[in-house]
Design a protein around this ligand. Sequence first.
Ligand SMILES: [Zn+2]
Length: 504
Amino acid sequence: MAEATGFEAVVGMEVHAELLTESKMFCGCGTQFGASPNTLCCPVCTGLPGSLPVPNRKAVELVVRTALALNCEVNRACLFHRKNYFYPDLPKAYQISQYDVPIGVNGHLDVRVNGEMRRIRIRRVHLEEDTGKLLHVERDTSFVDYNRSGVPLMEIVTEPDIHSADEAREYLIALRRILLYIEVSDGRMEQGSLRCEPNISVRPRGTDELNSKTELKNLSSFRVVYLGIQYETARQALALEKQRGISLGASATVPGQPPLKVDVRDTALTQETRRCDEPNLKTVSMRTKEYAHDYRYFPEPDLVPVTFEEAWIEGVRAGLPELPAARLHRYTEEIGLSEYDAGVLVEERALADYFDTAARAYGGDAKKIANWMQSDWLRLFNAGGRDWTGVRVTPDALAELVHLQDEGKITGKLAKSVFETAWETGKTPAAIVQEQGIEVVGDEAQLLPVIDGVLAENERVVADIRAGKVGKLNFLVGQVMRVTKGSAAPDVVQRLMRDRLGLT
Ligand SMILES: [Zn+2]
């Protein structure tokens, strides 16, 4: 891999996220995904002459929310600009965007990459409108759908602080998780509501050389982003070697992956936009990149600057939920969960919220709740395709189950079966225990006949134990549990069994 040699990648990441608003950025049209083409449009979002934009307050608030969650400063007054270019999916021939005074600037996101914390600086978080969508149906025919035109779109841009495909992936995972936690985006890459565009250059390690960068577009998954960055790193490293007529040991081999075959004819270094050809594990040139001045930015004359009052910003900040990194820290430091277990719980906000609610309802050692969630709970949740509508065990019910176990009313084995019944039926553990007449049998008079029966059926094992193989006692205890369907109190069975066999 190029990263392991004398080169390093320099990657800046642009992420576009459609905001979770019900209406568009500058008009009242709806934003539902999948509606019939051109049914969610009006004169504003189709750019008819004389129409005027009115900013969506909710969209502005969601971008401020994101800026604060990413540790940005929020500009007290921000401007909208026109970004001019001509393209069929852009009916006004300009996009209303932000230029020199975006909503948020100078933030950061800390991510863990292979066990090490890395800080990725966030350059800016700004608000703009999405374009329409072109559908190329055959060679000479394309359709345009303006339903997406004017949907509020947020752009999050990093400084070029990412130096490998691994870092890019961890950054994107962490960023997407935050966007979902703070409920500003649905994060669906497959529907195009979250889109990433890395720009990538390569330089000899330890230098601050600036070389031409390429931008990757139309990446449909984090996996494609990852592969695209790896390929571009390798391709550009080989290009640098070729350019300088030297060998610095660049290679396109990535550990654990089939070797990337860099097309040796495709090693020109030029500022351009490329796309990923995923089946062939490579990137190909689309067009040479436009420079910023091509867009002829100027302030949007139909909109006044948006201003924020300090108290309003603080109100938005106060409304942020506890973010994944803070939760991870609390779970590991205060509750004592392992990094891995805590990581599983914070992966999804609903999961972490569930855990917190159950732990509060239980009131005892929260680790017991975590253990249940890591094992049977997540097993059934995953088996059901992580669908929350299938979760019928409430946090209170889980807490109740652990209490029943603590109080000795059910054994561990019974608790598992009660849990499964609760998962299927939605009944509370206490109700299931009562209904099924489940109780822990610790009564000697009831247990002794069972124990004697097991001893009589296992003469050889009994002989072995008497001859000193005491470890086989567990087998006999297991048989009693089997016969009693898990209801016998294991400690009582142990004691009675030892008495019968004359063990101390
Ligand atoms: Zn509209």
